[in-house]
Design a protein around this ligand. Structure first.
Ligand SMILES: [Zn+2]
Length: 197
């Protein structure tokens, strides 16, 4: 997808899907919804309760707001920083940052992507922010650091139910998570998992 835009893909259960940081240093906001009922979505909060960790690790599962596994994290060629604490950027966020409107946002990107499929959801779920570095200090403070993913780095998920995946190449250019310069991401959806070919 071009910089600052999002794309949606349907991913059947058992299929793998990767998010690729094409040029490096770019954050992606990843949302996942149950294909059977998009009101059920991947929930970072419920996932943290399930895994007992703030951030995802290979071998772990992301669960929905109904506590059902929706995605597994199966591979990661990036340095491994992926955030599960920060809300998607939205028009209010950019207004607070003093942006000249209009400014694209991950929340609006999600809305547009779902509308393209004839779908809508009443809330913006907290995303899994792939490649986003938000370390937590011992006193609980957060730091917003530029992504350190390299060109071509990817994170790979396995769908654990039929789902709808939306990835937004975050247009944030007012804080340094994208190094001030948003760039494209890609979604790689192989026809079948490599070990099944
Ligand atoms: Zn964003």
């Amino acid at each position: 997808m071009p910089a600052r835009e999002a794309r949606a893909v349907r991913v059947p259960a058992g299929r793998r899907v990767s998010v690729v940081d094409v040029e490096g240093g770019q954050v992606g906001d990843l949302f996942a919804f149950a294909a059977a009922d998009p009101a059920e979505h991947l929930s970072a909060a419920h996932t943290r309760a399930s895994t007992g960790r703030l951030f995802p690790a290979i071998g772990e599962e992301f669960v929905t707001d109904r506590r059902r596994p929706i995605l597994g994290l199966v591979a990661d060629t990036s340095p491994g920083a992926h955030d599960m604490l920060i809300a998607a950027c939205d028009p209010a966020r950019y207004a607070l940052l003093g942006a000249e409107r209009p400014h694209r946002s991950c929340a609006e990107n999600l809305r547009e992507s779902l509308a393209g499929l004839g779908l809508a959801v009443p809330v913006t779920p907290q995303p899994v922010n792939v490649f986003m570095r938000i370390p937590v200090a011992g006193d609980g403070r957060l730091s917003w650091l530029p992504a350190v993913s390299q060109p071509g780095d990817s994170i790979t998920f396995e769908a654990l139910m039929d789902c709808l995946l939306v990835v937004s190449a975050c247009p944030q250019d007012l804080v340094q998570i994208n190094g001030g310069d948003p760039t494209p991401l890609a979604i790689d959806l192989p026809q079948a998992a490599p070990d099944k070919e």
